[in-house]
Design a protein around this ligand. Structure first.
Ligand SMILES: [Zn+2]
Length: 157
């Protein structure tokens, strides 16, 4: 089975319909989880993913969600492979994705976790409350300006 660039493009588009279970406004392609799309000679659709944080419980969930979406789109032979190298990094997130996080009330990762901006009032006068927020990928902060607590998506590389 020959694959054209068109087909690949379509599959990538389908995958943008799979939301990140933790931040549903961001899809798995934007998150950088989906690394490659291939179709083998026997017509098997092969998706290569890189899980986010090592030990992140989302790995199995990512695979299930991708599988489910592709079945829904009419694919039958699907193979999903998780690769750990190169390791996922928050550097793969685009400016647009970081902005989406901010709009969702999650402070996006910054270089070295140094300046953490409050997603509510945009103040940079914030304080760490707990290393672990609602998920292991996030930590809990509070804003010294508006006094609102918020989650910060930790820098990871
Ligand atoms: Zn604030």
């Amino acid at each position: 089975m020959m694959t054209t660039t068109e087909e690949h493009k379509e599959i990538w588009e389908f995958l943008t319909e799979v939301p990140d279970p933790e931040i549903p406004v961001i899809n798995l392609v934007e998150l950088g989880v989906v690394r490659a799309v291939d179709v083998t000679e026997d017509g098997t659709l092969k998706i290569t993913i890189t899980p986010t944080y090592t030990g992140c419980p989302a790995k199995k969930l990512f695979e299930d969600l991708i599988h489910e979406k592709l079945v829904e789109k009419g694919f039958e032979k699907i193979e999903i492979e998780s690769v750990l190298s190169p390791a996922w990094t928050t550097d793969w997130l685009s400016e647009e994705t970081l902005q989406k996080m901010m709009d969702e009330g999650i402070s996006p990762p910054t270089d070295g976790d140094k300046v953490i901006q409050c997603p509510n009032c945009k103040s940079k006068d914030t304080k760490l409350v707990s290393q672990f927020g609602s998920t292991p990928c996030q930590s809990l902060y509070t804003c010294n300006e508006c006094k609102e607590p918020f989650n910060y998506f930790k820098c990871h590389r």
